[in-house]
Design a protein around this ligand. Structure first.
Ligand code: HEM
Length: 144
């Protein structure tokens, strides 16, 4: 008879607990992402004039409202952290050498942190009418 050994984590108990939290995070962030992503698609595509209305002024209008700033920032953070953590699972499952695993996971989290910082700067500091001498480059509604 073939006996299959009970799977045991090669890492410490502390790491096992972290994996449980990561498992829970994937489910919780998945549920929240459904609301954020489909709410985003509904508001952008089904209300008003639909896709034709999406331009610089549309985005500027949305980010003038703190509600949409928080919505979009939350969507950005959750999608990036969820996606990166999901890729970490794949890397851990498939990379055969410890060094490869570490390099890939470090690269993943570095890119994730960079994009979270850059994206958050965009959604929180975006100013459609910056005080600039290049007035021609500004959208028309800034010159009124
Ligand atoms: C509607 C939104 C989403 C839901 C409900 C969702 C749900 C989930 C769940 C429950 C898992 C865990 C699967 C498992 O452990 O077997 C997962 C894994 C994963 N998700 Fe998402 N997700 C969503 C959006 C995203 C987005 C936006 C990305 C990319 C940026 C992404 C990338 C991944 C990756 C790479 C995995 C790992 C796949 C694997 O372990 O085989 N997901 N997702």
């Amino acid at each position: 008879m073939v006996t299959i050994e009970t799977p045991r984590s090669p890492r410490s108990r502390k790491s096992a607990n972290r994996e449980k939290l990561a498992w829970l995070f994937m489910r919780a962030s998945g549920v929240i992402l459904i609301v954020l992503v489909f709410g985003h698609l509904y508001i952008n595509l089904f209300t008003g004039e639909g896709i034709k209305a999406i331009d610089f002024a549309f985005v500027a209008g949305k980010w003038a409202d703190p509600f949409w700033q928080v919505w979009d920032t939350a969507m950005l953070w959750l999608a990036l952290i969820h996606g990166t953590n999901g890729m970490r699972t794949l890397v851990n499952d498939y990379s055969e050498r410890e060094r490869t695993r570490k390099i890939l996971n470090t690269s993943l989290w570095t890119v994730c942190i960079l994009l979270v910082i850059l994206g958050t700067l965009v959604t929180t500091t975006f100013d459609p009418c910056p005080d600039t001498s290049v007035v021609d480059a500004l959208p028309q509604f800034c010159n009124k």
